[in-house]
Design a protein. Structure first.
Length: 394
């Protein structure tokens, strides 16, 4: 191996951000994966999936030169969040309660990818448009085999290749997988009343319905739906024709939201994905995992991508702070990365899993306690400030 190098496998948000951050830190890096530029959307046409970007993630994207490449009109600041329990519990979080302008920013997945791809092109990052098929450990790194018959050597292979991560499997990194038996359903909505930069969430016992603010269009106010529900219920709904989907949603949304945003209607056809709780050891000699390849949590807190971008930030910090004699894929160095990510990953998993279990039981004393607890927290400014800072990645 002539010089130390890093190969990032995966060209989604986590992989692109990782390659950009490593390149800006002066480390030699290349990408491996398809180059699928998201289609250009018209002014009133939005990508089906959106993310709530925390302050720490926004700051990372800004340092990478990507945030400024996203059109301002496609970004919606979240100034407040209203969380409803399954009885009378209510928690209202506002940015002003911690002297801030915003809690988060809602941005389309496709727009983030487009901006990161543009930034990667400006940086001149090498890009192998090929597919990972296997790896072989070497004395100082790994050799990667691709579908087109290439053999690529790297001191460090970063697996940013999604929840089913072929890199994780090939490196034999231990992985725990727990299905929730639920599905997440996403769609864009027409809303009758303005959202006023406020996000909403309703716990119903067997489901969690979230409505996230999005830019207004010529047709009126819109929002993004993230609805987690039992798998059978979701599959039955998704299998219906559009008219039946619309009628079912209108009925259920009216019962859950109690008209908080007026009438709600589906603007786009809903899409579903399975919900799981997953954790891995995050590294092996010569291999590190980031994003969904490393872990997945329940989406009720909207922190999955932020957690993955936290991996990226920490990996870059560990690699750039290494001792001169340490090579990039050294096991002790990567173990340091794993230790630094252990607490935030575990904490987010415990919070989201705990909330899912807490609101998933119909035990009356517990139902009373959880709703009273929400209302009590709503009266405690100090605790609310801590929740706000946690939501912002701080």
């Amino acid at each position: 191996m002539k010089q130390e190098s890093i190969l990032v496998c995966g060209t989604g948000i986590a992989g692109l951000a990782c390659a950009l951050g490593l390149s800006r830190a002066g480390l030699p890096v290349a990408l491996l994966g398809p180059r699928q530029t998201p289609p250009v959307r018209a002014a009133d046409d939005y990508h089906p999936r959106v993310y709530a970007i925390s302050e720490s993630s926004r700051a990372l994207l800004d340092r990478l030169g990507a945030w400024r490449l996203i059109e301002a009109r496609r970004i919606t600041a979240v100034e407040a969040m209203e969380i409803h329990g399954d009885a009378d519990g209510l928690l209202d979080l506002s940015a002003w309660q911690d002297a801030r302008e915003s809690l988060a920013w809602i941005v389309e997945s496709g727009e983030i990818e487009r901006a990161l791809q543009q930034a990667a092109q400006v940086m001149g990052i090498a890009w192998h448009e090929d597919k990972f098929v296997g790896l072989t450990p070497q004395a100082r790194g790994v050799r990667v085999d691709t579908a087109q018959g290439r053999q690529l050597s790297a001191s460090l292979l970063v697996g940013a290749d999604g929840a089913r991560s072929p890199v994780r499997v090939a490196a034999r990194i231990p992985h725990e997988y727990t299905p929730y038996g639920d599905m997440g359903v996403v769609a864009h909505l027409d809303i009758e009343r303005p959202h006023q930069q406020r996000a909403y969430q309703w716990f119903t016992g067997d489901s969690v319905l979230a409505v996230l603010p999005m830019p207004d269009t010529a047709q009126g106010a819109q929002a993004s739906l993230v609805w987690s529900m039992p798998e059978g219920q979701a599959q039955a709904w998704l299998a219906q024709p559009p008219e039946a989907q619309q009628a079912y949603f209108a009925e259920q949304a009216a019962a859950i939201t109690q008209g908080r945003l007026g009438r709600l209607g589906l603007r786009t056809r809903p899409q579903g994905f399975a919900l799981t709780l997953e954790r891995s050891a995050m590294m092996a000699p010569g291999v590190a995992l980031v994003g969904d390849a490393a872990h997945r949590v329940h989406p009720l807190a909207g922190q999955g991508l932020n957690l993955g971008l936290g991996d990226v930030q920490t990996l870059i910090q560990v690699l750039t702070a290494r001792a001169p004699q340490q090579h990039l894929g050294e096991a002790r160095l990567l173990a340091r990365y794993r230790r630094r990510r252990a607490e935030p990953v575990l904490a987010m998993g415990l919070v989201t899993h705990g909330l899912h279990r807490l609101f998933g039981t119909s035990c009356m004393p517990l139902a009373w306690a959880r709703n009273q607890g929400m209302s009590l927290v709503d009266q405690l400014p100090f605790i609310k400030r801590q929740l706000i800072r946690a939501a912002m990645g701080q």
